[in-house]
Design a protein around this ligand. Structure first.
Ligand SMILES: [Zn+2]
Length: 413
């Protein structure tokens, strides 16, 4: 979620739910439809120009013709010009991404025409949005539509940079990008290292040798059967029928609930960590490496594709990447420090903290570390975490604790 850090300023996204009246709802839907048609027309124009005369149309060309469109089709005058430009910009981004991937030798899908059900948002460059002093709830003003009540909370004082109106699951939302200083004075004093994995969501290690392993909440695994049933129920019905629509709605509600559940749990865990620790160390390549595509590339096909994609799926299910970024920004907001340790240089999962003997044979299995040099043995995730932490704190092997103990470290997690 954190997209930028410039001298303590942070860009952060907040979402408010909108409560439009029935008339406003149809007006919003009309706006969305205009944006969708503009997107499709601009796509059409690019395709035809290329097909007929081999000409490539740029964003600037299309932006210039926007004035003519607004003259010819008065309904487009209802949309703010900047907002319409953002939709053209979105198409431009889709094209740029397409050509970038083609030039890399990949085979991406060509930008597609979008039906209204697949076109769920439009941008507002300068929204007239006001909220209370605490950031809780507010009102959005749209020209020609009026004031719309909004519920939600923005915890960052700052200026609104961009915003997006979204239509999801039959509800309307506004998401704001706010620029401000998010840091608070520091309360926590302890240091720890974290290691994420498949067997456990997180392993937290302190330099005293105390550690805690936080189990994976397997919402997806338990929910998988239900989801499969709902999928089946959709595919058994006639596409476009009322019963089909109903089944689709049930499926999307289910998915949304699962995603919310996991996001909520991650927020709580990250908040507890930020309140407990002033320094959190983490291996830089941990997540990147583990969830890299199992297929590999054409030149370097991956090994054990089947096992790895299973592993990738499980990693995705527990969504550690999003959890890590959440921990990172919450720790930094709380005035703490998040240290990435250099994986290649340090090799934390192969290094023995007691004698510094570093070899891949030290890690016999995914779970156990046994040093082939001195016989030191411990849980592999704990060893890896301890190495990262010692590196971050500048501690040597003489500080390796005599005993390790599994203790609850995160009281209110
Ligand atoms: Zn050793």
């Amino acid at each position: 979620m954190v997209t930028n850090y410039i001298s303590g300023m942070t860009l952060r996204k907040y979402t408010y739910k909108l409560y439009p009246k029935p008339k406003q709802q149809s007006a919003l839907l009309e706006c969305l439809r205009l944006h969708q048609q503009l997107y499709n027309a601009a796509l059409q124009e690019r395709i035809e120009a290329y097909r007929k005369c081999g000409k490539t149309i740029s964003y600037n060309d299309q932006q210039a013709s926007l004035t003519r469109i607004r003259e010819a089709l008065p309904e487009y005058k209802a949309l703010p010009c900047t907002s319409a430009r953002m939709t053209l910009r979105r198409l431009d981004k889709a094209f740029k991404a397409f050509f970038r991937r083609v030039s890399k030798g990949e085979t991406p899908g060509f930008p597609r025409f979008k039906s209204l059900s697949r076109f769920s948002s439009f941008e507002l460059l300068t929204p007239t949005f006001s909220h209370s002093d605490t950031g809780q709830h507010g009102r959005l003003f749209l020209r020609g539509i009026g004031h719309i009540k909004a519920r939600g909370q923005c915890r960052l004082q700052g200026t609104i940079k961009t915003s997006q109106i979204q239509h999801k699951h039959g509800h309307w939302w506004i998401s704001l990008t706010v620029d401000g200083d998010a840091r608070r004075p520091r309360n926590a004093t302890r240091a720890c290292a974290m290691d994420g994995g498949v067997a456990h969501l997180l392993t937290v290690v302190e330099e005293s040798g105390r550690f805690e392993q936080i189990a994976n909440p397997r919402y997806y695994r338990t929910g998988k059967a239900n989801q499969a049933q709902l999928h089946q129920s959709v595919s058994r019905k006639k596409r476009g029928s009322n019963r089909w629509k109903n089944a689709c709605r049930q499926l999307s509600t289910f998915k949304r609930k699962q995603a919310n559940q996991s996001k909520d749990a991650h927020h709580k865990l990250a908040a507890t960590i930020a309140n407990t620790y002033a320094l959190v160390a983490m291996e830089a390549l941990r997540i990147k490496n583990m969830s890299r595509s199992a297929k590999g590339t054409a030149e370097q096909p991956g090994k054990n594709i089947k096992q790895k994609s299973g592993l990738n799926r499980e990693i995705r299910d527990t969504a550690p990447a999003s959890l890590m970024s959440m921990i990172r920004y919450k720790v930094e907001e709380a005035g703490g420090e998040f240290v990435e340790t250099p994986t290649r240089q340090l090799k934390p999962s192969q290094r023995c903290p007691a004698c510094e003997h570093t070899h891949k044979d030290n890690r016999k299995t995914q779970a156990n570390f046994i040093c082939t040099g001195c016989g030191f043995s411990q849980n592999a995730d704990v060893v890896s975490g301890l190495n990262s932490l010692f590196w971050a704190l500048g501690l040597g092997r003489e500080h390796v604790p005599e005993a390790f103990a599994s203790k609850p470290l995160l009281s209110s997690a």
